[in-house]
Each structure stands twice: as C-alpha cells, then as structure tokens.
Design a protein around this ligand. Structure first.
Ligand code: C2E
Ligand code: MG
Ligand code: MG
Length: 605
C-alpha cells in the first residue's frame, strides 16, 4: 500500500476522496456496526469505533460504548493515523507526551489502538479503533486482527460505493460514475479545455418496447451485449465506456479530437456494426455528440445535449448528429409551448377566437365565418396557431382545445343569429378529435345547448386527419354528416389529395389550399390545377371554397373557373367579434346601395 506523506496537497486529496464516498453524516448501518462490535470483542474492550477524519473532526460511522457521534480532530489519535497512514498504538494516553492533554485522556481513556482505513488509491480515511480505560499492550495477533477488521470496513465502504455506480445488467460504470468522472476530469485536464462526449443510442423507445413484447427482455440483453463488445473493441483498452440507460452508452473522445473526424469515425463504426450484427432485432441506432468544457459545463446538461442530438439524428439522413444550440432552442420552445398551453386553456384571458368571413363569389354575400383560435401568452405575446396547433394536436390537449373552440364559436354564432345574422360557423377539427368515440354526441349536445340547427355548423378537417385510424375517423364523419352537420375538407392539395378519397368522405365542401390560390393569375400551372380540382369536385357534388384570396385578379379568375366561395385578406382578415359585426354591417349596406348586389341572407341588427 503506498504511503503518502501528509502534505497540504495530500490532505486536500484525502478529504476529496473521503467526501466522494458520501459517508459523512449518514445514518448508522448494521454492516459497519457488526465489524465494530467484533473489534470490541477481539480486544475485550468496551469502546470501539469506525472513525473518519474530516477537516476538523473525527466522525464515527459506527461506534460501541461512545455516546457522541464526533470529537474534535485536534489531538485525536485517529487523526494521527489518517496523517501517517499507519497503525497507531498508545498503551497509556496519560503517560504519553502527545496525548496527555487530549480530550480522550481527560475523559479517562488510557489505551488506544487504531488501524488505518486505506482506500485503493492510498488515502487514509481514518481509523478502525479500540479504546480502553486501563493501560495495556497489544499482541501481534490483536494487531493483525485489527488490521483485518479495518480492511473489512474498507471492503464494505467500496462495495457500498460501487453499488450506486455500476450498472448491474452489464457490470459497466453507470451514469453516476460518468457524472463523478466528469467532475474529476477537471483535476486531470486543463480547465476550459473543449472535449467531445458521445452517446450511442441503440434503439428508439418504440423499438425497445416492440422487442420486449415480441421477444422478451433476454433478446434485448443480447443486443446490448453485442453492442458493448463492439464498442469496447472500437474504443480499445483504457477508454472508459459508461452504460447510462438500458440501451445508451457514453464515452469521451480523445483530447484534441476533431469534431468532423470523430463523427466520421462514429459513422463508420455504425456501418461496421450494422454489417457485423448477429442479433435479428431491427433497431435504428443513432449517436449524439456534444462538445463541452472541462470543469465548466454542467454534466447533466452534457448528457441532455447528447441525448437531444441522438434523438434529432433519428429525423435526418445522418445517424451521427452534433448537438446544435439552435435546434435545441427550437425544441425547448416547443416543449415550453406545449406545457404552457394547458394553463392557457384554464386561463380566462389567454385564448380568444377571431372570425374570417366566407364570401359567395357570384354575389359577394357573406355566407359564414371560420373561427380561428388566437393565443396571447403572458410572456411570449401572440403565438401563431400555425406554430402551436401541430404541437398540441399530438397531445391529449387536442380534445379540450377543440371543445373550448366549439363552445366559444357556437356561443358567438347563437348570439349573432339572435341578432339576425343567419351565418354558418366553421370550426377546425384536429385529427384526434375524429377518433374520440363521443365526439359526434358532444357536437350534437353543444348545438342543442345553443339552440342551433346542425347545418349552422361546418367542421373543417384536413386530409391528414383521415390517415390515422381511418375506419374510426370515417365512422365519426358519417355520424356527423347523418346528424346534419356540414363537413369541409381543409387545405385540399397539401396532403394525400386522392379523388377516390374525396369521394369516400361525406364532405359537402372542398377548400383549396392557399398555396394553390396565391399567384393564380400569373401561374398557368396553378390555374390548370385549380380548374381541374373545381371541375372534379363539382362532378362529385362538392362545393369549392378558395382559401387565401388576396387580390381582385385572383377572385375574378376563381369566379371564371366556377369556384363557389372565397376566403382571404381581399375581403377581410380574421377579426374580433365586434370588428366582424362592424364589417358585415358595412358590407351589407354599402354594396346594396352602390352596386345593386343581391340582398344578403341576413339582416344586420
Ligand atoms: P386554416 O384552417 O386553413 O385557416 C386558414 C389560415 O389562413 C388562417 O391562419 C388564416 O388567418 C389564414 N388566411 C386567411 N386568409 C388569408 C390570406 O388571404 N392570406 C394569407 N396569407 N393567409 C390567410 P391562422 O389563423 O394562422 O391558422 C392557421 C391554421 O391553424 C389553420 O389553417 C388551422 O389549420 C389551424 N387552426 C387555427 N385555429 C384552429 C382551431 O380552432 N382548431 C384547429 N384544429 N386548428 C386551428
Ligand atoms: Mg380551416
Ligand atoms: Mg386551410
């Protein structure tokens, strides 16, 4: 066992080693108490302790015959053991020049024997000690016995420490060990040095779940074992590999490694592995690389960055991805928005509806309005539905959101109809709403509640809404249609756009997406496309609405092509209810007086 001279540096390192074991001030444990009792019995003495030498105290992890849990370090014989790393025997404290004035001697202790508690790295943590109230000598057998008991204490300490740092399934160092080693790195390498850490993610959570279902856990163990063998072979001896999650491994690149070359090397390792794999289980392994600064970066953040990069790699063609702060910012904003939206739904003032008129092209009349959701976040301000809807539509919030919009829109519609505005209200519906078994009943209930006929409501569904759980979604649409609610296919042209599909959906209206409508007057191809969609939709008995009409030229063309209705900034932007009312009243009176447009269907209050 190496003997270290007590120096300031040794003492700093020794205290560091002691604190890393996280033993100080922990509750008593039977494993240590038992060894301590054995020490007292061996010497037939009333007092024994496992005494750890902290900066200014001796703290007892285990004790027999002592009341207090610690004594001052000064003049404590155990502190001498910690400094010298040697066994210390004091036959009579009161006759010893060093210890005559010690606290122990004053309380009547005469005999002391302490064996050093040495770590593998040669740091002495304190002593396994026995004390007596009579002066006495120590036999060679007792000396050897006390040394053995000290070794047992150390074995116990190391065992307990390892338990939290080894992944039992693989016997490899785990996440806690990685965190500890990263903090140690600052002692070995220049502070602030940029290093690279890599996380190999062997499979996606879905693949893990599928493999467990189909083949049991043993099969997954096989995949992990094979990957470990290959990673170890690739890294070579002396490079530490950490098993941080069931199918995730982490390691550091050599100091000074070039990012591009490191990524190329990781990519070729993935190719090599794919060729050599014997496990029949199909996975999509990805690797996330994160640069960090030694002693400055937070290890938990480095782990998170690697994880994000490995996850992002699933979306692209490159299976190795370097962490990007910009991409992370996008992810964090999305995550934040989804979390904040729940609160928005419960708040009284964050959400509101705006309404955009739908115009009959041949008459210029306003036939209805589309309700569009707006979100004013207390910190971020206005967040566009184009940003937040795709996010919340993937969560359980989609149900509550559509219900909120439906309730508000129908309440507004009922108020307008009471005031004499016989409009139809269009509400956008998310894909998952169509898979809610009670959706149709809910819609019917809301219409009844507001005393509205079913045809006063149009539900807008995008094509993609029918792609998932098609049978159930179709059933919901059929039920809604049978109940008299009107249905419209929104954003037609951006998704599947199959005419066979168009025929099978019981929708009365096809809304041509604004991307086909914009520049219609200058783009011949778009014009041909729109003309075909209008004709075919009419042949199938559907009416056609053009979205995003911004200019009179486009409106004129659409009318010439036989398009039924239009929506767009040319007529009005989506408006708050009061503005919508003002707008519609102005439209109703102005055109009639000036242009003799046919009378509107509604009377304005
Ligand atoms: P959408 O249902 O196709 O709605 C039409 C979008 O086009 C609206 O954007 C509207 O403001 C915008 N728009 C209307 N006329 C013009 C125009 O002339 N030019 C241009 N450039 N844009 C025009 P908005 O309100 O930002 O909504 C975007 C999308 O968010 C909607 O597309 C819809 O898919 C979704 N969304 C909005 N509100 C709701 C809602 O309550 N429920 C659901 N499920 N989705 C909603
Ligand atoms: Mg819509
Ligand atoms: Mg649309």
């Amino acid at each position: 066992m190496p003997h270290r001279q007590p120096s300031a540096q040794y003492e700093t390192e020794r205290l560091d080693a002691l604190r890393k074991l996280e033993l100080l001030d922990t509750p008593p444990s039977e494993a240590f108490d038992r060894i301590t009792r054995m020490a007292a019995q061996l010497f037939k003495l009333p007092v024994a302790a496992v005494s750890l030498t902290d900066a200014d105290r001796q703290w007892f992890k285990a004790r027999v015959g002592v009341e207090h849990t610690s004594i001052p370090r000064e003049l404590a014989p155990c502190a001498n053991v910690a400094d010298s790393c040697r066994m210390l025997v004091v036959p009579d404290l009161q006759a010893d020049a060093c210890y005559r004035d010690s606290n122990l001697a004053r309380t009547g202790v005469r005999f002391y024997a302490g064996a050093p508690l040495m770590t593998r790295d040669g740091y002495c943590l304190g002593a396994m000690c026995v004390l007596g109230q009579e002066p006495r000598d120590i036999t060679e057998a007792e000396r050897a016995g006390l040394m053995d008991l000290a070794a047992m204490v150390m074995a116990q300490i190391e065992l307990q420490h390892a338990i939290g740092r080894i992944e039992p399934s693989s016997g490899m160092p785990n996440r806690s060990q990685f965190i500890e080693d990263m903090s140690d790195l600052a002692n070995e390498r220049p502070r602030g040095e940029v290093r690279l850490a890599a996380m190999v993610n062997l499979a996606t959570p879905e693949q893990i779940s599928d493999a467990m279902r189909a083949m049991g856990t043993a099969y997954l163990d096989e995949v992990v074992e094979e990957a470990v063998r290959m990673l170890r072979a690739a890294l070579g001896p002396g490079r530490k590999l950490y098993h941080v999650a069931p199918t995730q491994f982490v390691f550091l690149a050599e100091p000074g490694a070039d990012v591009q070359r490191f990524c190329d090397w990781l990519g070729s390792w993935l190719d090599l592995r794919a060729d050599a794999m014997t496990a029949r289980f199909v996975t999509t392994p990805t690797i996330g690389v994160a640069p960090f600064r030694v002693g400055q970066s937070d290890t938990l953040e480095v782990l998170r960055d690697m994880h994000s990069a490995a996850h992002d790699a699933l979306d692209g063609s490159h299976r190795v991805r370097v962490f990007s702060a910009e991409q992370n910012a996008v992810f964090l904003r999305r995550f934040y928005l989804v979390n904040e939206f729940g609160a928005a739904l419960e708040s009284a003032d964050q959400l509101r509806l705006v309404f955009q008129p739908k115009i009959e092209l041949s008459t210029g009349r306003c036939l209805g309005a589309e309700a569009l959701l707006r979100w004013n976040h207390p910190v971020l301000g206005e967040v566009s539905p184009g940003e937040f809807f795709p996010l919340i539509e993937q969560t359980s919030l989609a149900r509550a959101t559509t219900r909120w919009v439906l309730a508000q829109a129908l309440q507004q519609l009922a108020a307008w109809r009471d005031a004499g505005l016989t409009l139809q209200m269009a509400v956008n519906v998310s894909a998952v709403n169509l898979t809610e078994t009670d959706f149709c009943a809910h819609v019917a209930g809301q219409l009844r509640r507001h005393g509205l006929p079913p045809e006063a409501l149009a539900l807008e569904i995008t094509e993609s809404a029918l792609m998932k759980n098609r049978a159930l979604a179709m059933k919901t649409l059929e039920n809604l249609s049978a109940a008299g609610v009107h249905l419209a296919i929104d954003d037609f042209g951006t998704g599947y756009s199959s005419l066979a599909y168009l025929q099978s959906v019981p929708a009365r209206v096809v809304k041509i997406d604004q991307s086909f409508v914009r520049d219609l007057d200058t783009d011949r191809h778009k014009r041909a496309l729109v003309s075909t969609v209008i004709k075919l939709s009419h042949d199938l008995g559907r009416r056609v609405v053009a979205e995003g009409v911004e200019t009179a030229a486009v409106a004129t063309l659409l009318l010439a092509e036989g398009c039924d209705q239009a929506q767009g900034y040319l007529y009005a932007r989506p408006m708050a209810p009061e503005d919508f009312e003002r707008w519609i009243c102005a439209k109703w009176t102005l055109p009639r007086e000036r242009k003799a447009v046919p009378p509107p269907v509604l009377a304005c209050a």
